[in-house]
Design a binder for this molecule. Structure first.
Ligand code: PGA
Length: 252
Protein backbone atom coordinates (compact mmCIF):
# COMPACT_ATOMS: atom_id res chain seq x y z
CA UNK A 1 0.00 0.00 0.00
CA UNK A 2 1.35 3.38 -1.00
CA UNK A 3 0.76 6.05 1.62
CA UNK A 4 -0.73 9.15 0.00
CA UNK A 5 1.54 12.20 0.11
CA UNK A 6 -0.03 15.66 -0.04
CA UNK A 7 2.37 18.59 -0.13
CA UNK A 8 1.62 22.30 -0.01
CA UNK A 9 3.91 24.40 -2.17
CA UNK A 10 3.67 27.91 -0.77
CA UNK A 11 5.88 29.32 -3.54
CA UNK A 12 7.00 32.91 -2.80
CA UNK A 13 4.29 33.63 -0.22
CA UNK A 14 4.04 34.15 3.55
CA UNK A 15 6.18 36.36 5.78
CA UNK A 16 7.56 34.65 8.89
CA UNK A 17 4.60 35.65 11.07
CA UNK A 18 2.07 34.58 8.44
CA UNK A 19 3.82 31.24 8.03
CA UNK A 20 3.51 30.55 11.76
CA UNK A 21 -0.16 31.48 11.70
CA UNK A 22 -0.81 29.09 8.85
CA UNK A 23 0.96 26.21 10.57
CA UNK A 24 -0.82 26.94 13.85
CA UNK A 25 -4.08 26.73 11.90
CA UNK A 26 -3.04 23.40 10.41
CA UNK A 27 -2.20 22.12 13.87
CA UNK A 28 -5.80 22.68 14.91
CA UNK A 29 -7.24 20.97 11.85
CA UNK A 30 -4.94 18.06 11.00
CA UNK A 31 -2.62 17.44 13.94
CA UNK A 32 -3.87 13.93 14.72
CA UNK A 33 -4.18 12.51 11.23
CA UNK A 34 -1.69 10.04 9.86
CA UNK A 35 -3.58 8.51 6.95
CA UNK A 36 -1.76 10.92 4.67
CA UNK A 37 1.86 12.09 4.65
CA UNK A 38 1.17 15.83 4.81
CA UNK A 39 3.97 18.26 4.01
CA UNK A 40 4.34 22.03 3.90
CA UNK A 41 6.95 23.67 1.67
CA UNK A 42 7.47 27.28 2.80
CA UNK A 43 10.04 29.70 1.37
CA UNK A 44 13.59 29.16 2.72
CA UNK A 45 13.41 32.06 5.18
CA UNK A 46 10.34 30.58 6.88
CA UNK A 47 11.88 27.12 7.38
CA UNK A 48 13.46 27.74 10.83
CA UNK A 49 10.29 29.13 12.44
CA UNK A 50 7.97 26.63 10.79
CA UNK A 51 10.31 23.77 11.72
CA UNK A 52 10.38 24.94 15.34
CA UNK A 53 6.60 25.11 15.51
CA UNK A 54 6.22 21.63 14.04
CA UNK A 55 8.60 20.12 16.58
CA UNK A 56 7.28 22.10 19.57
CA UNK A 57 3.75 20.97 18.86
CA UNK A 58 4.78 17.42 17.94
CA UNK A 59 3.00 17.65 14.61
CA UNK A 60 3.14 14.83 12.09
CA UNK A 61 3.80 17.29 9.31
CA UNK A 62 6.70 17.07 6.89
CA UNK A 63 8.82 20.17 6.29
CA UNK A 64 9.80 20.66 2.68
CA UNK A 65 12.00 23.10 0.78
CA UNK A 66 11.04 24.27 -2.70
CA UNK A 67 14.51 23.85 -4.20
CA UNK A 68 18.15 23.27 -3.24
CA UNK A 69 21.61 23.08 -4.77
CA UNK A 70 23.20 19.66 -5.21
CA UNK A 71 26.57 20.61 -3.72
CA UNK A 72 27.33 20.50 -0.02
CA UNK A 73 28.90 23.98 0.17
CA UNK A 74 31.02 26.39 -1.81
CA UNK A 75 30.98 29.41 -4.09
CA UNK A 76 27.34 29.28 -5.24
CA UNK A 77 25.97 32.76 -4.49
CA UNK A 78 22.32 32.74 -3.55
CA UNK A 79 22.03 28.96 -3.25
CA UNK A 80 21.09 26.70 -0.32
CA UNK A 81 22.71 23.30 0.25
CA UNK A 82 21.10 20.01 1.26
CA UNK A 83 23.07 19.99 4.52
CA UNK A 84 21.69 23.43 5.39
CA UNK A 85 18.19 22.04 4.93
CA UNK A 86 18.65 18.89 7.02
CA UNK A 87 20.27 21.04 9.71
CA UNK A 88 16.92 22.87 10.03
CA UNK A 89 14.92 19.65 10.23
CA UNK A 90 13.79 19.73 6.60
CA UNK A 91 12.52 16.32 5.46
CA UNK A 92 11.32 16.86 1.88
CA UNK A 93 12.44 18.90 -1.12
CA UNK A 94 10.62 19.82 -4.33
CA UNK A 95 12.94 19.44 -7.30
CA UNK A 96 12.48 20.67 -10.86
CA UNK A 97 9.17 22.48 -10.43
CA UNK A 98 8.06 23.87 -13.80
CA UNK A 99 8.48 27.43 -12.52
CA UNK A 100 12.14 26.65 -11.77
CA UNK A 101 12.54 25.08 -15.19
CA UNK A 102 10.76 27.86 -17.09
CA UNK A 103 11.83 30.95 -15.15
CA UNK A 104 15.22 29.93 -13.77
CA UNK A 105 16.63 27.69 -16.46
CA UNK A 106 16.67 24.38 -14.59
CA UNK A 107 17.56 21.43 -16.77
CA UNK A 108 16.81 17.71 -16.59
CA UNK A 109 20.50 17.11 -15.83
CA UNK A 110 20.37 19.53 -12.91
CA UNK A 111 17.21 17.83 -11.67
CA UNK A 112 19.01 14.48 -11.76
CA UNK A 113 21.94 15.85 -9.73
CA UNK A 114 19.58 17.38 -7.19
CA UNK A 115 17.51 14.20 -6.79
CA UNK A 116 20.74 12.22 -6.30
CA UNK A 117 22.00 14.68 -3.73
CA UNK A 118 18.65 14.72 -1.90
CA UNK A 119 18.77 10.94 -1.47
CA UNK A 120 22.42 11.11 -0.36
CA UNK A 121 21.36 13.53 2.38
CA UNK A 122 18.31 11.57 3.49
CA UNK A 123 15.84 14.09 2.05
CA UNK A 124 12.64 12.92 0.36
CA UNK A 125 12.70 14.37 -3.16
CA UNK A 126 9.48 15.34 -4.94
CA UNK A 127 10.58 15.37 -8.56
CA UNK A 128 8.30 17.38 -10.86
CA UNK A 129 7.48 16.87 -14.52
CA UNK A 130 4.77 18.03 -16.90
CA UNK A 131 4.00 19.42 -20.33
CA UNK A 132 2.97 22.86 -21.61
CA UNK A 133 -0.39 23.43 -23.29
CA UNK A 134 1.31 23.65 -26.66
CA UNK A 135 3.03 20.32 -26.13
CA UNK A 136 -0.25 18.69 -25.06
CA UNK A 137 -2.12 20.09 -28.02
CA UNK A 138 0.50 18.80 -30.41
CA UNK A 139 0.37 15.30 -28.91
CA UNK A 140 3.80 15.47 -27.24
CA UNK A 141 2.76 14.90 -23.62
CA UNK A 142 4.19 11.38 -23.35
CA UNK A 143 7.46 12.29 -25.07
CA UNK A 144 7.99 15.31 -22.86
CA UNK A 145 7.16 13.53 -19.62
CA UNK A 146 9.18 10.48 -20.58
CA UNK A 147 12.23 12.63 -21.35
CA UNK A 148 11.96 14.45 -18.03
CA UNK A 149 11.41 11.30 -15.98
CA UNK A 150 14.09 9.18 -17.67
CA UNK A 151 16.67 11.92 -17.38
CA UNK A 152 15.65 12.68 -13.79
CA UNK A 153 16.09 9.01 -12.86
CA UNK A 154 19.38 8.55 -14.75
CA UNK A 155 21.65 6.15 -12.83
CA UNK A 156 19.55 6.25 -9.67
CA UNK A 157 19.58 2.91 -7.85
CA UNK A 158 16.31 0.98 -7.58
CA UNK A 159 16.12 1.40 -3.76
CA UNK A 160 16.05 5.17 -4.18
CA UNK A 161 13.52 5.15 -6.97
CA UNK A 162 11.22 2.94 -4.87
CA UNK A 163 11.17 5.75 -2.31
CA UNK A 164 10.81 8.59 -4.80
CA UNK A 165 7.82 10.90 -5.14
CA UNK A 166 7.15 12.06 -8.71
CA UNK A 167 4.76 14.99 -9.18
CA UNK A 168 3.00 15.12 -12.51
CA UNK A 169 2.01 18.74 -13.03
CA UNK A 170 0.68 19.77 -16.43
CA UNK A 171 1.87 23.37 -16.73
CA UNK A 172 -1.43 24.55 -18.20
CA UNK A 173 -3.21 23.42 -15.03
CA UNK A 174 -0.93 25.23 -12.57
CA UNK A 175 -2.53 28.28 -10.99
CA UNK A 176 -5.21 28.45 -13.68
CA UNK A 177 -8.17 27.01 -11.80
CA UNK A 178 -8.47 24.45 -14.59
CA UNK A 179 -7.28 21.09 -13.29
CA UNK A 180 -6.65 18.21 -15.67
CA UNK A 181 -9.63 15.87 -15.89
CA UNK A 182 -9.24 12.90 -13.58
CA UNK A 183 -9.03 10.66 -16.65
CA UNK A 184 -6.21 12.72 -18.19
CA UNK A 185 -4.36 12.93 -14.87
CA UNK A 186 -4.69 9.17 -14.35
CA UNK A 187 -3.56 8.46 -17.90
CA UNK A 188 -0.27 10.32 -17.51
CA UNK A 189 0.36 9.11 -13.94
CA UNK A 190 -0.22 5.53 -15.17
CA UNK A 191 2.13 6.20 -18.06
CA UNK A 192 4.82 7.39 -15.62
CA UNK A 193 4.41 4.24 -13.51
CA UNK A 194 4.83 2.22 -16.69
CA UNK A 195 8.04 4.10 -17.47
CA UNK A 196 9.43 3.26 -14.03
CA UNK A 197 8.48 -0.40 -14.56
CA UNK A 198 10.29 -0.42 -17.90
CA UNK A 199 13.42 1.28 -16.51
CA UNK A 200 13.47 -0.80 -13.29
CA UNK A 201 10.84 -3.44 -12.53
CA UNK A 202 7.23 -3.73 -11.44
CA UNK A 203 8.18 -3.85 -7.74
CA UNK A 204 9.86 -0.46 -7.99
CA UNK A 205 6.98 0.90 -10.08
CA UNK A 206 4.46 -0.30 -7.50
CA UNK A 207 6.23 1.52 -4.68
CA UNK A 208 7.06 4.85 -6.32
CA UNK A 209 4.46 7.45 -5.35
CA UNK A 210 3.03 9.69 -8.05
CA UNK A 211 1.29 12.95 -7.25
CA UNK A 212 -0.93 15.02 -9.45
CA UNK A 213 -0.54 18.81 -9.24
CA UNK A 214 -2.32 21.72 -10.91
CA UNK A 215 -5.38 23.49 -9.46
CA UNK A 216 -6.06 20.84 -6.83
CA UNK A 217 -8.87 21.93 -4.47
CA UNK A 218 -10.97 20.42 -1.69
CA UNK A 219 -13.63 19.91 -4.38
CA UNK A 220 -11.59 17.77 -6.79
CA UNK A 221 -9.17 15.95 -4.47
CA UNK A 222 -11.37 12.91 -3.72
CA UNK A 223 -12.01 12.20 -7.36
CA UNK A 224 -8.30 12.50 -8.18
CA UNK A 225 -7.29 10.29 -5.26
CA UNK A 226 -9.72 7.61 -6.39
CA UNK A 227 -7.57 7.02 -9.48
CA UNK A 228 -5.34 3.93 -9.40
CA UNK A 229 -2.06 5.65 -10.13
CA UNK A 230 -2.55 8.93 -8.25
CA UNK A 231 -0.98 8.70 -4.79
CA UNK A 232 -1.24 12.29 -3.66
CA UNK A 233 -1.15 15.91 -4.70
CA UNK A 234 1.19 18.85 -4.96
CA UNK A 235 -0.93 21.84 -4.05
CA UNK A 236 -0.10 25.50 -4.71
CA UNK A 237 -2.76 28.16 -4.22
CA UNK A 238 -5.03 25.97 -2.11
CA UNK A 239 -2.22 25.31 0.39
CA UNK A 240 -2.06 28.94 1.53
CA UNK A 241 -5.10 28.79 3.82
CA UNK A 242 -5.19 26.38 6.76
CA UNK A 243 -8.86 25.45 6.44
CA UNK A 244 -8.61 24.85 2.68
CA UNK A 245 -5.39 22.80 2.79
CA UNK A 246 -6.74 20.81 5.74
CA UNK A 247 -9.80 19.83 3.76
CA UNK A 248 -7.51 18.52 1.01
CA UNK A 249 -5.39 16.53 3.48
CA UNK A 250 -8.53 15.09 5.12
CA UNK A 251 -10.07 14.22 1.75
CA UNK A 252 -11.10 10.68 2.63
P1 PGA B 1 -1.65 25.30 -8.04
O1 PGA B 1 -0.06 25.05 -8.12
O2 PGA B 1 -2.21 24.29 -7.07
O3 PGA B 1 -1.80 26.71 -7.56
O4 PGA B 1 -2.19 25.08 -9.41
C1 PGA B 1 0.47 23.76 -8.10
C2 PGA B 1 1.97 23.80 -8.15
O5 PGA B 1 2.55 24.66 -8.82
O6 PGA B 1 2.65 22.96 -7.52
Amino acid sequence: MRKPVIAGNWKMNKLVGEASELVAGLWEEISGQDAVEAVVCPPFVDLPSVGRLISERGMTLGLGAQNMHWEESGAFTGEVSPGMLTDLGVTHVIIGHSERRQLFGETDQGVNRKVTSAFEHGLQPIMCCGETLKQRESGQTEDVVSGQVKCGLFELPAEWVSGLVIAYEPIWAIGTGVAASTADAQEVCGYIRGLVAAEYDTGVAESVRIQYGGSVTPENISELMAMDDIDGALVGGASLKADVFSRIVMFS
